[in-house]
Design a protein around this ligand. Structure first.
Ligand code: ADP
Ligand code: K
Ligand code: ZN
Length: 437
């Protein structure tokens, strides 16, 4: 396998070198943090008087864990290092679907560093300056669009800043410009599969080689399905606006976990209930410190995402540890008649079944005191022209496989492609109509 590096020395640095870089960069972050209302308050409480008070990882772990709530309470400038926006050259803000949005600020050097890291990510996934990069993430306040845009340019790819939506135009653009690399959510890529089929477009007329898929959880089964349909490689890309957006962790060509760039981030996995640090290999909440952003320092940020760390060496030679696929968010978990279920567990089961197509929805309703789970699944249309008995058999099979895995017997509905809602960005596949409980 061809392995290219963007910055070989750093990407293959040994543990001691990486940790030395982390502690050195941390000094600058702490220094900036003194200029923010949030940290100056906390530092006073903790008796931290200068960056030199945080010299070791042990010192570092005395710093407070920061939650999304803290960011919201600090809206808009509680984490801004400075009195005004003079040094700030960009802001982004997260969706705010669940309340007050959160804001992130970058100065020129911060953006420069973030851009360089994205170029590193894309290189790890095999991209080169010969690639044509169609960025199908939405631009705007959401970091998904611009976040990868500049890094792809930095690498020298031809960037098509098309943004999300308008699927026919997307396909025409892929054909006319020989797009090799997509940046897209898995939900939109699933929809694209249906649209390409619907419009009778032959994949051979396109030049697709790979897709960078991210911004939402998806399972290994979904990846495999998408890779098969498009005959491409899909690389998982993880990030969140608080940590500079996509490109916090990225898969290399070996696709076995997402390298997190430890010269630029400190990764911790904690027990979400107690806040206790967990050893590598154990699943817990991902906590990240950004070492490259001084306009808005953010340390020990609780992502609410659940994953574990792989420590074994990757075949690519990079020494930076790898994160597993994100299993879900601490606030994603469904409690169905007292049983805990992550939507990803449902996806994992159904996407393994060959008859199942590329779309599904999870509905929760109440019948008296009982929760009802209905899983709506799109299957390939040829099933509908065959023997109806086959459909019943398939329905039972899906229901039974779900029961064996999540211990809940769901109702299963089968649909032809194109019936269920489609998503051109992040999918919203769970509809919970159980009301207050
Ligand atoms: P929000 O969705 O909170 O408004 P973001 O747009 O920054 O803010 O989304 C970040 C979140 O998206 C992450 O915390 C994570 O839950 C999810 N996410 C992003 N990339 C991935 C990925 N590759 N796999 C799983 N989840 C992801
Ligand atoms: K180019
Ligand atoms: Zn690797």
């Amino acid at each position: 396998m061809q392995v290219n590096y963007w910055n070989k020395e750093i990407e293959t640095a040994d543990r001691a070198e990486i940790e030395a870089i982390q502690l050195e960069k941390l000094q600058h972050i702490i220094k900036a943090a003194f200029k923010t209302p949030f940290y100056s308050r906390h530092f006073k409480k903790l008796g931290i008087k200068s960056p030199r008070d945080i010299k070791t990882f042990e010192d570092f772990r005395k710093l407070p864990l920061v939650s999304k709530e803290d960011l919201r309470r600090g809206y808009p400038n509680g984490f801004l290092a400075g009195e005004n926006y003079d040094d700030v050259v960009r802001m982004h803000s997260s969706s705010g679907t669940t309340g007050i949005p959160t804001v992130i600020y970058w100065n020129r050097e911060d953006l420069e560093a973030a851009t360089d890291l994205v170029a590193r990510c894309l290189t790890a996934a095999g991209c080169t300056r010969s690639d044509i990069f169609q960025n199908m993430m939405s631009y705007g306040l959401f970091t998904g669009g611009l976040g990868l845009h500049y890094g792809a340019e930095r690498l020298g790819m031809m960037v098509i800043p098309i943004g999300g939506g308008n699927t026919i135009r997307q396909i025409n653009t892929m054909r006319d410009f020989g797009t090799t690399t997509l940046h897209i959510t898995p939900s939109y890529l699933m929809h694209l599969a249906t649209a390409i089929k619907e419009h009778g477009i032959a994949l051979e007329t396109l030049s697709l080689k790979r897709a960078i898929v991210g911004a939402e959880p998806h399972t290994e089964e979904t990846r495999r399905k998408l890779e098969e349909i498009f005959n491409i490689d899909c690389y998982n890309c993880y990030g969140l606006s608080e940590m500079n957006g996509p490109g916090l962790a990225f898969e290399c060509v070996y696709k076995n976990g997402l390298h997190i760039w430890e010269d630029s981030y400190i990764l911790e996995i904690i027990d979400p209930a107690t806040g206790e640090l967990l050893p590598d290999g154990e699943t817990g909440e991902v906590v990240v410190t950004c070492l490259n952003r001084r306009a808005m320092p953010l340390m020990r940020y609780r992502t609410r995402d659940l994953a574990h760390v792989y420590t074994d060496m990757c075949q690519c030679g990079r020494t930076h540890r790898r994160l597993s696929r994100i299993k879900g968010r601490t606030d994603d978990m469904l409690i169905i008649n007292g049983v805990n279920v992550f939507p990803s567990q449902i996806e994992e089961v159904i996407m393994k079944i060959p008859e199942v197509g590329t779309n599904y929805m999870i509905h929760l309703t109440k019948s008296g005191a009982i929760d009802r789970l209905t899983v709506k699944v799109e299957i390939y249309s040829k099933m509908f022209s065959g023997d109806p008995v086959e459909l019943d058999i398939l329905k039972d099979k899906i229901s039974e496989e779900l029961r064996a895995s999540i211990y809940i017997h769901p109702r299963v509905q089968l649909h032809e492609p194109g019936i269920l809602p489609t998503f051109e960005g992040k999918g919203k596949r769970v509809v919970d109509e159980r009301g207050e409980f």
